[in-house]
Write a protein that binds this ligand. Structure first.
Ligand code: C2G
Length: 130
């Protein structure tokens, strides 16, 4: 079984996220999503999510491409996650190009083109959500 992992906040789940998840799953048989916790988002990414971790987790678990959702609580957990879950491929959008090459001794590292013209920030701005 070829296992793939990706990381993210996935707030206000949109088709850009789904495009990423679909392509990530296509690289293997089992997709793990390490979902940023509310604390990680606020402390490390200065993101205040519209949906809570539990709500974002529930949404992701309903996506056909996703097999397992685990919490992302620190920047440093990726290496141990890859080992613990016997991951073959790490995938993330190319806005992170090169940032996770340190994983290349453990697994394949794939940066996928982002879907243009859609983002959680844009949705909030368009809806005037703070
Ligand atoms: N994404 C995409 N196209 C978009 C928007 C997002 O392909 N239009 C991808 C991102 O590149 C990322 C995933 O969807 O791979 C989740 O996006 P975010 O929730 O913004 O994730 P981010 O905050 O970048 O978290 O440790 C890594 C971080 O947790 C990544």
């Amino acid at each position: 079984m070829k296992k793939v992992i990706t990381y993210g906040t996935f707030d206000l789940l949109h088709y850009g996220h789904i495009n990423l998840l679909r392509r990530a799953k296509a690289l293997g048989d089992y997709l793990i999503v390490a979902l940023s916790t509310d604390e990680f988002n606020w402390n490390e990414k200065q993101k205040k999510c519209y949906f809570s971790y539990e709500e974002r987790k529930q949404l992701l678990e309903a996506v056909r491409y996703v097999d397992l959702v685990i919490p992302e609580e620190s920047w440093e957990q990726k290496r141990s996650d890859v080992k613990e879950y016997h991951v073959d491929t790490f995938v993330i959008g190319d806005d992170w190009e090169g940032k996770f090459d340190f994983l290349k001794d453990l697994c394949d590292v794939v940066y996928l083109p982002r879907t243009p013209d859609i983002s959680t920030t844009q949705i909030k701005q368009d809806l005037h959500v703070k």
